[in-house]
Design a protein around this ligand. Structure first.
Ligand SMILES: C[S@@+](CC[C@H](N)C(=O)[O-])C[C@H]1O[C@@H](n2cnc3c(N)ncnc32)[C@H](O)[C@@H]1O
Length: 222
C-alpha cells in the first residue's frame, strides 16, 4: 500500500466523492489510497507525459485496481466527459500550470476541486472568486515548503469565507486559515514580516506585500 507524505495526506483529507479525477497524477499514489480508504468508488487518472503515464498504469496494475481506476493520456480535463466525475484534484504543480488546465477545462470542470499549488495560492483564490467557486476548506502541509491545499465548490453568490476579513490578507494567506488562527499560517505571516521588513521601501512591491502581512497579523492578534 503506498504511503503518502504530509502534502498528499492533506490533499486526500479534502476528497470525498463517488467518482474523482486526479489530473497530473504521476505515481498514482493519491487515487490508489483514496480507493483503499473508501473515500472514492471510482477514479480517473489523466497524465500528459509518457513517463508518468506509464508509472501510473504500472502502479494501478500492481495495486490490482484496473477495474476501479481508469488511466488516460491527455491534457488536463480533455479526456473527461462533462459530469463524469464529481471532483478532481491537481497537486504538485505551479499555479500557472494549474490555472491553465482549469481555464481550458470548460464544461468538463467538476463542481468540486482540490488544489495544491506549489506557489501563489493567492492566484488560485482569485481564480475561484472569478469563476463561481467558494473556498470550502483549506489546509497547510509541512514538507520541502509549506504547501497550501484548497477545496473549492461551485456555488452562487459571494464566497462567505471572506466575510469580515481584510481581503488582500485573506487572498494571500487564506480566509479559513486566518479565521482559525492556523499555527502554520501564523508562522508564514511572521516569516513574511521579518523578510519583507528588510527590503520594503516606499514605492517598491515589497512595501505593499509587507502591508498585507501586517494586516494579516493585526487580524490574527485582534
Ligand atoms: C510534479 S508532478 C505531481 C504529481 C502528483 N500530482 C503529486 O502531487 O505528487 C506533476 C505531474 O503533472 C503532469 N502534468 C503537467 N501538466 C499536465 C497537463 N496539462 N495534463 C495532465 N498532466 C499534466 C506531469 O506530467 C507530472 O506527472
Amino acid at each position: 500500500m503506498p504511503s503518502l507524505d504530509a502534502r498528499l495526506e492533506a490533499v486526500l483529507g479534502l476528497v470525498h466523492a463517488h467518482s474523482h479525477a486526479d489530473i497530473g497524477s504521476d505515481h498514482a499514489s493519491l487515487p490508489i489510497e483514496l480507493i483503499h480508504r473508501g473515500q472514492i468508488v471510482r477514479g480517473v487518472i489523466v497524465e500528459l507525459n509518457s513517463g508518468p503515464l506509464l508509472l501510473a498504469r504500472q502502479n494501478v496494475r500492481r495495486a490490482g485496481l484496473q477495474d476501479r481506476i481508469d488511466v488516460r493520456a491527455g491534457d488536463g480535463f480533455s479526456p473527461l466527459a462533462p459530469g463524469e466525475v464529481q471532483s478532481a484534484s491537481l497537486s504538485g504543480m505551479g499555479a500557472q500550470t494549474m490555472l491553465g488546465i482549469l481555464d481550458r477545462a470548460g464544461e468538463t470542470l467538476p463542481p468540486a476541486l482540490i488544489l495544491q499549488p506549489n506557489d501563489s495560492p493567492r492566484r488560485v483564490r482569485v481564480w475561484a472568486l472569478a469563476h463561481g467557486y467558494h473556498l470550502s476548506a483549506e489546509r497547510l502541509a509541512e514538507g520541502h515548503w509549506t504547501y497550501p491545499v484548497l477545496r473549492l465548490e461551485q456555488r452562487g453568490g459571494p464566497d462567505p469565507a471572506y466575510a469580515g476579513l481584510p481581503l488582500d490578507a485573506a487572498l494571500r494567506y487564506g480566509p479559513h486559515l486566518l479565521g482559525s488562527g492556523d499555527p502554520l499560517a501564523r508562522r508564514q505571516v511572521w516569516a513574511d514580516i521579518v523578510r519583507l521588513s528588510k527590503v520594503a521601501a516606499p514605492g517598491r512591491p515589497a512595501e505593499g506585500d509587507l502591508a498585507v502581512a501586517q494586516a494579516a497579523l493585526s487580524w490574527l492578534n485582534r
